[in-house]
Ligand binder design. Structure first.
Ligand code: SF4
Length: 173
């Protein structure tokens, strides 16, 4: 599987979640939280679809890209800023750089909190992103599923039932 921004994001949330996603095991359709997030993404900034363009380049697809100002706009349903979000947009900027688009920044937008955060690509970020990519590649090539993290975020994870109901095949646990 090619590394993509979703895997980079999930790598920073839960390595088990990232591994399951990479194996094509999807539970999003059962998750109220995911449905709510999609609704927020679809309705929070409807006008932006007219202002910004969708950009598909390499292995990334950016829904809202301001080509004139070279800004990636990423909407998050979360009610807190998470490092995983920052990692995701840094990965976008890294891929854009690899395709010759320099000087890109990103804005993480949090409609629930009515907040936004500017993300710059800083010195050392190339190495940082490459390190994440290497680690993601290593993890998804493993045959065994990484262990449960047993944190509060499990409650809102789309894999909650999957992880805690013993449905995972014995050999993967
Ligand atoms: S339920 Fe918890 S351990 Fe399982 S994938 Fe989700 S966050 Fe990770």
């Amino acid at each position: 599987m090619r590394i993509n921004a979703t895997l980079i994001n999930l790598f920073h949330v839960c390595k088990r979640q990232m591994w399951l996603h990479a194996q094509g095991i999807r539970m999003e359709h059962t998750s109220q939280v995911v449905a709510e997030g999609k609704l927020i993404g679809d309705t929070s900034y409807q006008s932006r679809a007219q202002k910004y363009t969708e950009l598909q380049i390499g292995n990334i697809k950016i829904d809202y890209y301001d080509a004139k100002n070279k800004v990636v706009h990423e909407i998050k349903k979360s009610d807190r800023v998470e490092y995983a979000h920052l990692a995701q947009v840094k990965y976008y900027i890294y891929v854009l750089k690899e395709h010759g688009i320099e000087g890109v920044t990103a804005i993480l937008e949090y409609p629930k909190m009515r907040q936004s955060q500017v993300v710059e690509f800083e010195e050392g970020d190339d190495e940082l992103v490459l390190k994440w990519v290497d680690e993601v590649k290593g993890l998804i090539s493993q045959e065994k599923c990484p262990p449960l993290i047993k944190k509060s975020l499990c409650r809102t994870c789309s894999y909650f039932e999957f992880c805690y109901s013993g449905e995972l095949p014995e050999e993967l646990i």
